[in-house]
Design a binder for this molecule. Structure first.
Ligand SMILES: Cc1ncc(COP(=O)(O)O)c(C=O)c1O
Length: 376
């Protein structure tokens, strides 16, 4: 790692190291884990959870992945431009918005239809073009967010609307799958099976139901296509940590701008939220709110300096945070060294937890100041 960090331009304050080999291996582990015959898609929305969809998409394509999910059209268009291969299936979770139909046709994108209105819109467009149009049909089984509720699906299934659609997969999304003991999981599964029976088999024979944690609940949750995001990036949760061998793909670093002594009794930073209980040696680390570090991390948690925990002290500010290095030998910490903000699964989880947030939010919040290193 040290050799890689030596390649960072001297003006770069902070670094994201994204390990594409880990992502490739995670994908292969997932594909190997799921039931025979099922496919493993990749959720690349939000710039691949903030990690960079171009590099990650290319890695996953080379590893054999052909099904990619995005939240919105522009994300998928970026992928289409980058990978003009014909054999990519690019799905849009949030479906077909008014006046977006032509984008789907022109760029061969597949909407996940999330409401009756969207079903009508897509069916109407199919009629206009005198051909069936591909889609996923999202059924709400208890997420309460997107998808056709059971009663609406019942009406839609009886109507001629579906005649114009080629439903590639019937779909649903799990609300509490990262809690393997939750009754909600089985409830959603039962509702999904029941809802599928409303649809003619010939029209809707394939299904997709599970995200990262959902796919670990058993073969019966996996259906024909699983949709992991977080597991690909290596952040398993406690409930499936032992089932899958995954490797986190991200390490973040920031430069130490200076070190200094602050006498006992003095306060540190904005609003004087930390009073030094002893003569304190402080490292000023070049990462702050602009780089995704929340004020909530103030006086909580730690960064790693020389692999040792250096507690965050004082209020995190826009561009910097302060870390307590009193317990390290004076000569061991110097300006321009790198502090690791988080890297392995424990430090990443700890960091998110100390900010009162999740690893999902942590990953997508990195700003634009990071120098990115991708290794394969
Ligand atoms: C509909 C849908 N499917 C799959 C996923 C992937 O979830 P995870 O990252 O937990 O695997 C998401 C992510 O939010 C989602 O919204």
């Amino acid at each position: 790692m040290q050799t890689l960090l030596e390649t960072v331009p001297p003006q770069a304050p902070c670094v994201l190291h994204i390990d594409l080999k880990a992502i490739r291996e995670n994908y292969l582990s997932l594909q190997g884990f799921i039931r025979k015959g099922a496919l493993c898609a990749a959720v690349l929305k939000a710039d691949a959870y903030g990690l960079g969809q171009d590099a990650i998409g290319a890695t996953l394509y080379e590893a054999g992945c052909r099904d990619f999910f995005f939240a919105y059209i522009d994300e998928a268009l970026q992928a289409r431009k980058k990978f003009p291969h014909k054999d990519l299936n690019l799905y849009i979770f949030n479906g077909v918005l008014p006046r977006t139909e032509d984008y789907f046709i022109e760029h061969n994108l597949i909407p996940c239809l999330i409401s009756q209105e969207q079903v009508e819109r897509w069916a109407c467009h199919a009629q206009k073009l005198s051909r069936k149009l591909p889609c996923l049909l999202h059924i709400d089984t208890g997420m309460g967010r997107e998808g056709l509720p059971y009663d609406v699906l019942k009406e839609v299934a009886k109507s001629p609307l579906l005649d114009n659609l080629e439903i590639r997969y019937v779909m649903s999304h799990m609300a509490n799958s990262n809690n393997s003991g939750s009754q909600k999981n089985k409830l959603q599964l039962d509702r999904f099976l029941k809802a599928r029976r409303l649809l003619p088999k010939a029209k809707a024979s394939l299904a997709t139901f599970a995200n990262s944690s959902g796919l670990t609940l058993g073969d019966n949750y996996q259906f024909d296509l699983v949709r992991p995001g977080m597991a690909l990036y290596g952040y398993k949760n406690e409930s499936y940590g032992t089932l899958l061998d995954l490797k986190p793909c991200l390490r973040t670093f920031a430069r130490i701008l200076l070190t200094r002594h602050i006498p006992k009794g003095e306060t540190l930073g904005y609003n004087c939220t930390h009073t030094c209980k002893r003569d304190t040696r402080v490292a000023l680390v070049s990462v702050g709110h602009r780089d995704g570090i929340l004020r909530a991390a103030s006086n909580k948690g730690y960064v790693l300096i020389n692999g040792k925990k250096a507690p965050i002290i004082g209020t995190v500010s826009m561009d910097v945070l302060m870390a307590d290095i009193t317990d390290q030998p004076e000569s061991a910490v110097r300006s321009n060294m790198w502090a690791e903000i988080y890297g392995d699964i424990t430090s990443t989880r700890d960091f998110a937890e100390n900010e009162g947030t999740s690893v999902y939010e942590l990953l997508v919040r990195h700003g634009t100041r990071y120098h990115r290193i991708y290794t394969s």
